[in-house]
Design a protein around this ligand. Structure first.
Ligand code: SAH
Length: 467
């Protein structure tokens, strides 16, 4: 180990900063965050530094360095931006023994500033002894996505109860187990989800019982996106990796389920068109039973749970039965498909609105106002519309939409075998039939699709694209 890791307490401490450029400004931000009192010595300073000086959060002087500047200082940071000779300053500093950081120059530094992930009070520091700063940045980004945004709130919450737990659970082994169960358990999850009031009650009960009480499990209603696992949200991924059981649809793209924690149980409740493998009320009951058994249930749905996903019904059932439900939005198929073949769903030149409709409403029929179909500056995205494509096109034409309106059919959007077909409103039914579209596919109707053929289609198989 080439460096000894330390966290420095700088609250109210003077830190001398040589230089006032961009690099210096970034370090000053960090120093201010840590409550330090920077003294900036620079012939020129960025507006941000000047404003901070005007607010009185730091001292700024435009004069030469004076050895007395280091008196009582906790740290010297040097930005060697050519504004002033730094070697004499370093010579003085070395003689005093003050920690020295020369930005981007570990050889001249006695301390270096690590890359950090800040979840105050939790702070993760990463360093490479100056060997590979870009690698450090990459690692930092990875850790950033792994740690819940409210990790700091969780640490603070635990901190508030620390002495109460110590008083209630006197044996140190029992106390460690108490905290382990706490951090793995439902109270911590409630804090992370922002439900602190409930967590507070649970914690008081846990302390009275001398162990975290068993409370019912919870359900996360998660949108898994249109298929490409890279389109999962950070939050979805985090919850999937924490799940005890995942209850999932059939239409998830390959690779999505690979992101679920390996040990989690899997229940496939996929409803394939026309063949309802598990009824909605049965799905509701499965979710409820799993949550009541105290498990972390992930209900994984394609796209977004609240766009033609019956997520609302599941939510209502669970809430009515007192189960905590967290909702995580996903990239709905329309957005995934539009992005993957570069269709701007609105574009002030062609479309000022976009409407998502289903080809199969509650009673199996198309349920949409003719005026919406007729409006020329409205992009229409039809979900579950493949088998009724011709009928929808006829309805739109009958309502007054031009038969020449361009359309695109996007099958298995964002998946490796995505297929894009083009046509017009007049030919839509025939295109779908002739090309044997089996879905899942979307119909996109409107002038915004006209440009599709000229744009790169990363997943499309060109020989099968019909124009
Ligand atoms: N909740 C989902 C939609 C479920 S309805 C969402 O927000 O995307 C199922 C319909 O979504 C399918 O019939 C199809 O029209 C569409 N769909 C889902 N995934 C798709 C994909 N990868 N490519 C094209 N259409 C898709």
């Amino acid at each position: 180990m080439r460096y000894f890791p330390l966290f420095a307490q700088l609250t109210g401490r003077r830190c001398v900063m040589i230089g006032g450029g961009e690099e210096a400004t970034r370090k000053i931000r960090l120093l201010l965050k840590a409550g330090a009192r920077p003294l900036v010595i620079a012939p020129r300073a960025t507006p941000e530094i000047v404003e901070a000086a005007a607010r009185g959060t730091l001292d700024l002087v435009h004069r030469a360095f004076d050895p007395e500047d280091l008196d009582g200082a906790a740290l010297l940071v040097v930005s060697d931006d050519g504004g002033q000779p730094v070697e004499p300053i370093l010579a003085v500093a070395r003689a005093t023994g003050i920690p020295i950081n020369v930005i981007d120059n570990p050889a001249l530094s006695t301390v270096i500033v690590p890359g950090i992930v800040d979840r105050d009070p939790v702070l993760v520091a990463i360093g490479s002894a100056g060997a590979a700063p870009v690698l450090v940045r990459r690692l930092r980004e990875k850790i950033e996505t792994l740690l819940p945004a409210r990790l700091g709130a969780l640490a603070d919450f635990a901190g508030r109860f620390r002495s109460a737990v110590s008083a209630a659970v006197t044996d140190s082994g029992d106390r460690r187990r108490f905290w382990e169960i706490f951090f793995d358990g439902p109270i911590a999850r409630q804090v992370l989800a922002g439900a602190e009031a409930r967590a507070y009650e649970g914690m008081l009960r846990a302390i009275n019982d001398r162990r975290p009480a068993k409370v019912p499990g919870s359900v996360a209603l998660i949108g898994a996106g249109p298929g490409d696992p890279d389109l999962l949200t950070v939050k979805a991924l985090r919850l999937m990796q924490d799940a005890d059981v995942v209850v999932h649809d059939a239409l998830l793209g390959e690779g999505i389920l690979d992101c679920v924690r390996r040990d989690a149980d899997r229940i496939d409740v996929g409803k394939r068109k026309g063949k309802h493998s598990v009824r909605q009320d049965e799905i509701n009951d499965i979710l409820l039973a799993e949550a009541r058994a105290g498990r972390r249930v992930v209900r994984l749905k394609g796209g977004d749970p609240f766009v033609f996903g019956r997520g609302g019904e599941e939510l209502e059932h669970l809430r009515r039965n007192g189960i905590d439900v967290e909702i995580v939005p996903g990239v709905t198929a329309a957005l995934g498909a539009a992005a993957s073949c570069a269709i701007p769903l609105t574009d002030r030149r062609h479309a000022s609105s976009v409407t998502f409709i289903t080809g199969h409403g509650k009673d199996g029929a198309l349920d949409v106002a003719p005026a919406l179909l007729a409006e020329g500056r409205n992009t229409i995205v039809v979900y579950m519309g493949v088998s009724v494509a011709g009928g929808i096109a006829a309805r739109a034409i009958a309502a007054g939409r031009a038969p020449t309106t361009p359309v695109a059919v996007i099958e298995r959007a964002t998946q490796p075998d995505q297929r894009v077909l083009r046509g017009t409103l007049a030919t839509l039914g025939r295109v779908v039939e002739a090309q044997g579209v089996r879905g899942p596919a979307l119909l996109v109707i409107g002038d915004v699709t006209a440009a599709v053929q000229e744009l790169p289609q990363p997943f499309a198989l060109p020989e099968r694209v019909a124009v």
